[in-house]
Design a protein around this ligand. Structure first.
Ligand code: NAD
Ligand code: ZN
Length: 357
């Protein structure tokens, strides 16, 4: 268990069997309404199990549920509207709890619906992807995408609890496991050089889905995320470091219309680009870039941008990215393993050189 402090403290529980643990699931309830949101890949595997576990633990609980089509393309205002309609039709009251059962797409959308319904009801995150366990379920950021950019509409709404059932990773497609490893590598890159060494030493075990090694990677990642969001919940400073690789990555996702690389893959490419930018600006060495690139490659992740992306369009997306403020482009750069920082007013020329490859 990892504790997240601050104005709205909560716990992240990590371990097998949590989705069937009715008492644990129900212990987070405030009232007698529950609403489970999932997607159409995760629901057939886990939705009924969660509903049954809750019903067993709390006979008489009113339980509704709603499922969206799997994938980033569902994380839209339309999807948000449909989720809200489903919550309204189910008659969920002010003390209801939304359970977000799925990956980061479900977590972000369900979290935003919970933030907005009746100006905010409880949300419990039940992450079922590695990425959601190590990153998106923790920290209270919720959002949907617009054609103009990722996560442009959203709210800060900390979860009431996070229950990460590591057993659910057994059904996760290999590509999605690798995508999650990109965000794990991110923690090593930005704040924890020894963790990067550890990841290099355990790359094969991670790829093989070794339970103990994965559990350790999740716990170490969550501890970093928890510590950072506790110190800077609203991203006035340090929390921005978690966006390492994301200005480049989000631009790729947006330009591909949320239908090309998945988020973790785009972040892998983006981190290599951020490293190359750092190198161009004289902050990090070619050896630092090569090391990051090598580890991501070993983990089966893409490290080069897909061909044919338009540099002008990418730069335009970066300008609308939330991390860009008025004025110049703003990037998370690094000085090598474990040492990232925010750099404002990055010259566009340097960015374009990186995009040219
Ligand atoms: P995702 O939610 O699309 O899940 C990936 C795929 O795996 C989906 O097709 C899903 O149906 C399937 N799946 C999920 N769990 C499964 C399981 N246990 N077994 C079988 N299939 C399963 O993608 P993701 O990578 O989890 O999340 C990416 C999203 O998270 C992006 O939208 C990104 O912006 C967001 N994100 C948010 C934050 C935050 O702080 N809020 C942080 C990082 C990422
Ligand atoms: Zn991310």
């Amino acid at each position: 268990t990892v504790a997240v402090g601050g104005a709205h403290p909560y716990h992240i529980s990590i371990g097998p069997g949590l989705l069937d643990d009715g008492e644990r699931l129900a212990s987070t309830l405030r009232g007698s309404d529950a609403f489970v949101i999932s997607d159409d890949s995760v629901a057939p595997l886990y939705l009924q199990r969660v509903v049954d576990a809750l019903a067993r633990a709390r006979p008489g609980l009113r339980i509704g549920h709603w499922t969206l089509p799997a994938g980033e393309a569902s994380k839209t205002l339309e999807g948000f509207g449909r989720a809200i309609s489903a919550i309204a039709e189910a008659g969920m009251r002010r003390d209801a709890t939304v359970y977000a059962l799925g990956g980061g797409v479900v977590g972000d959308l369900a979290g935003f619906a919970a933030a907005a319904w009746m100006r905010g009801i409880d949300c419990v995150q039940l992450p079922t992807t590695l990425l959601a366990m190590v990153d998106s379920s923790v920290g209270g950021k919720t959002a949907v995408d617009l054609p103009q950019g990722k996560n442009l509409v959203g709210a800060f709404h900390p979860p009431r609890a996070v229950l990460a059932d590591t057993g659910s990773l057994r059904t996760l497609p290999a590509r999605e496991l690798r995508a999650g490893l990109a965000e794990v590598v991110k923690y090593g890159a930005i704040v924890d050089a020894p963790f990067l060494d550890w990841l290099e030493a355990h790359a094969d075990a991670l790829l093989a889905g070794d339970d103990d090694v994965l559990a350790e990677a999740i716990a170490r990642s969550c501890a970093h995320k928890a510590a950072i969001v506790e110190r800077d919940p609203f991203e006035h400073g340090e929390r921005a470091l978690l966006n390492f690789g994301h200005t480049f990555g989000h631009a790729i996702e947006t330009e591909q219309g949320y239908g090309g690389l998945v988020h973790g893959e785009a972040v892998a490419v983006g981190m290599v680009q951020a490293a190359r930018l750092s190198e161009r600006l004289g902050l990090a060495s070619p050896a630092d870039t090569a090391r990051l690139r090598g580890l991501l490659q070993r983990l089966g992740l893409p490290v080069d941008a897909p061909p044919g992306l338009d540099a002008d369009a990418l730069v335009a997306h970066m300008r609308l990215d939330k991390k860009a403020q008025s004025g110049g482009l703003r990037f998370i750069v690094w000085d090598g393993a474990g040492r990232a920082r925010v750099l404002a007013d990055v010259p566009e020329d340097a960015v374009r050189e990186v995009l040219r490859g």
